[in-house]
Design a protein around this ligand. Structure first.
Ligand code: NAP
Length: 255
């Protein structure tokens, strides 16, 4: 019987795959058999991560530098992946930044920096790869990364919350437009995970204690917790799932 979770022969891009949640999902896809391109700005971290992922999984993981906030860089990147592999089957958008400050102090450049990475250029990555998939008749998978703040309004991160709310609606709109091409567009909403992004917050033992108390499962998420959801939304087992956001949060949103 065919293994519906097998990604052998598929080519996956993970933007923001050099560390944190993107890296965890890249490991999951490589373990499931996909050839994975991880992309971000910092080449050194990318190269180390790609080498480690290849060694750890026995699969193919290659680094490609990309600053996602440039439309021309996005188009060049997609062309380079096509040139190297001849097809693109899976896209995960896990690049992210956050600026924590009160809404009253938020400057125009803060708003632009956060929403550019977290929403505007996520759309343009979707558009570039969606176009590519449609042109090449590939029934591909796109996964965007939401957050608890796709659902709830957290303090001191207004642009982040606005972006993550937008991710949900953008994902649904694209899922609707591209369903007839066989392209599934979904989102994952992680709860709290200890990464570079959340380190400033979660390094405070009092915050950590409060969050662990609030999470029904009693612990933060680990990057590898997302790997199985990413594989599911990338493989044949989820062929009839589109426009959804799957929260992987240890139960945070139950309460
Ligand atoms: P992270 O550890 O800081 O990783 C962020 C990744 O994005 C890095 O690979 C970074 O590499 C890349 N990146 C940032 N700006 C970029 C740009 N302009 N172009 C290309 N790549 C860029 O953060 P994370 O916690 O893994 O977050 C990943 C995603 O999950 C984000 O969308 C975040 O909002 C979301 N999320 C995180 C949590 C959490 O608890 N950690 C919870 C919910 C949602 P370079 O800096 O080298 O470019």
């Amino acid at each position: 019987m065919k293994n519906l979770f097998d990604l052998t022969g598929k080519v996956a891009i993970v933007v923001g795959g050099s560390r944190g949640l993107g890296r965890g999902m890249a490991v999951g896809l490589a373990n499931a058999g996909a050839s994975v391109v991880i992309a971000s700005r910092g080449l050194e971290t990318l190269e180390v991560a790609a080498k480690e992922i290849s060694e750890e999984t026995g699969g193919i993981c290659i680094p490609m530098q990309l600053d996602v906030t440039s439309l021309s860089a996005i188009h060049e990147f997609v062309a380079q992946v096509d040139q190297k592999f001849g097809h693109i089957d899976i896209l995960i958008n896990s690049a992210g930044i956050n600026i924590r400050k009160s809404a009253l102090d938020f400057q125009e450049e803060d708003w632009d920096r956060v929403t550019n990475v977290q929403l505007k250029y996520v759309f343009f990555m979707n558009q570039a790869v969606g176009n590519y998939m449609i042109k090449h008749s590939i029934k591909g998978r796109i996964i965007n990364i939401g957050s608890l703040s796709s659902m709830i309004g957290l303090k001191n991160m207004v642009a982040y919350c606005a972006s993550k709310g937008g991710i949900v609606q953008m994902t649904k709109a694209l899922a609707n437009e591209w369903a007839s091409y066989g392209i599934c567009v979904n989102a994952i909403g992680p709860g709290y995970y200890f990464t570079e992004m959340t380190k400033p917050l979660l390094s405070d033992p009092e915050v950590m204690r409060k969050y662990q108390e609030k999470i029904p499962m009693g612990r933060l998420g680990r990057p590898e917790d997302l790997a199985s959801t990413a594989v599911y939304l990338s493989c044949d087992a989820s062929a009839y799932v589109t426009g959804q956001i799957v929260y992987v949060d240890g139960g945070w949103l139950i309460n």
